[in-house]
Design a protein around this ligand. Structure first.
Ligand code: SF4
Ligand code: SF4
Length: 432
């Protein structure tokens, strides 16, 4: 497998980022870090993959090291995963080491993981490659080793379901069809895709699984998290509530994992600016572009139930729009970094999800959708260009959309079938 195979297979960051892997790996790091921290509560997909496909995933790591010329590999994994740690330690070659990290949130944030596993500090606005690292998700490495077009996705099904599981589903199947195989334990529910902290509350269950979807979490409609998500559904809500309620206690900043790493993120300044800003004269703290959107300040730190994350993201977008760069001095970590970590169990308590089963064994379920709707824009960058037309017969793994532009990715059929429709950013296949 080489870079052009990875490009041809349409491999993108499977942890949710969706960045085309052939572009990310077109670099020369000295270290590849496998992100096995899986820090979103209730998710088990990556650990299940590591447990069941460790040989493939380690092979994927070796391929990536060969492609990039990296001399060492690091597997960043949480201390609670005893079985997986033992398994990996018994199999890793000399140039790959297993580094055990604490069970804290957000250990899976790239910048945090690089510090926790390699001790390197990514400077504000810089990419991991600036400190010689490239971080790869577990499932992405699996896809590289398997060397086939990405037509299926592993997904954690969690929350209010009788048997939380990890399942492999065809790309383009609807959330509704996936969930129809599970017994939901509450009468009224909503679905959060991706994760409780960094995911999206889904209005429409006819939305389809993409190469980036990592989880579907079922939540009762009156759940604490749902109330929080709904309270800050729009920028206007964040703005209005920030203006009304923030007492500038600073907890959001003091718990911010990026701030503790020395990054110039200051959510409390974003809240203050929301209080005093005017639309035609927006105030912003330039360092807030370093926010990783982990949501810890909103879902955990703020004692007033406000949305410092939302306020910080408003400033982040403004900073990008205005091309504002951080020109401060090099940063160093905060002296309190080791004392302000947020254990996952504490976070789960705060999110009120301790009542859900915290497990997700890999389970073999057959999904046979009669129709799949495959997005052409399921990655960062430009949408793929369709290369099929209505009536064409396609086989699973056939190319249906090709790379268009500098940053883009190929898209493939996930079932054998006939092209039913090619519409804006979507190819619809009727299964044969
Ligand atoms: S923690 Fe909440 S109340 Fe305190 S400064 Fe931050 S947003 Fe304001
Ligand atoms: S979401 Fe909040 S806690 Fe997370 S990095 Fe951004 S400002 Fe910091």
């Amino acid at each position: 497998m080489n870079l052009s195979d990875i490009k041809n297979c349409g491999i993108v960051g499977a942890g949710g980022a969706g960045f085309p892997t052939h572009i990310k790996l077109n670099s020369n790091p000295d270290t590849i870090i496998m992100n096995a921290a899986e820090c979103e509560p209730l998710l088990h997909k990556d650990m299940q993959l590591l447990f069941n496909y460790s040989d493939e995933i380690l092979n994927g790591m070796k391929i990536v090291m060969l492609i990039t010329g990296a001399k060492q590999g690091i597997i960043g994994i949480k201390e609670k995963h005893h079985e997986e740690i033992e398994l990996l330690k018994s199999k890793v070659p000399n140039d790959i080491k297993v580094v055990v990290v604490e069970d804290v949130y957000p250990a899976g944030d790239e910048v945090t993981l690089i510090y926790m596993t390699a001790g390197r500090i990514v400077q504000p606005g810089a990419l991991p490659i600036s400190v010689g690292c490239v971080v790869q998700n577990v499932e992405t490495l699996y896809n590289i080793a398997v060397n086939k077009p990405v037509a299926e996705k592993f997904v954690s099904i969690a929350g209010a379901v009788e048997k939380p599981s990890t399942v492999k589903v065809p790309v383009g199947i609807t959330y509704k069809e996936v969930l129809s195989k599970f017994k939901i334990t509450v009468p009224n529910y909503v679905v959060r895709s991706g994760g409780l902290m960094m995911g999206v509350l889904e209005e429409n269950l006819n939305k389809t699984i993409s190469k980036r979807t990592g989880a579907l979490i079922v939540l009762p409609t009156d759940h604490h998290c749902v109330n929080m998500y709904n309270r800050f559904a729009t920028e206007h809500d964040t703005d209005r509530i920030a203006k009304a309620g923030c007492d500038q206690c600073n907890f959001c900043t003091e718990f911010c994992p990026r701030y503790l790493l020395g990054q110039p993120v200051r959510p409390e300044t974003a809240m203050r600016n929301r209080m005093f800003t005017r639309e035609e004269f927006p105030m912003l703290h330039a360092g807030n572009f370093s926010c990783c959107e982990c949501n810890l300040c909103t879902m955990y730190a703020c004692p007033e139930g406000l949305d410092p994350k939302g306020a910080t993201v408003i400033e982040k977008r403004l900073a990008f729009k205005q091309n504002i760069k951080w020109d401060g001095k090099p940063i160093s970590v905060h002296p309190m970094i080791d004392y302000r970590k947020v254990p996952t169990k504490k976070l789960m308590q705060r999110l009120d999800v301790l009542m859900f089963k915290d497990e997700g064994p890999l389970t073999d379920i057959n999904f046979h959708p009669s129709v799949v709707r495959i997005p052409l824009n399921q990655h960062v960058g430009s949408a793929a260009l369709p290369v099929v037309k209505v009536g064409d017969e396609v086989k699973k793994y056939d190319l249906i959309g090709k790379v268009s532009g500098r940053i883009s990715s190929n898209v493939h059929a996930s079932v054998n079938g006939v092209i039913k429709e090619v519409i804006d950013n979507e190819v619809i296949i009727q299964r044969l």
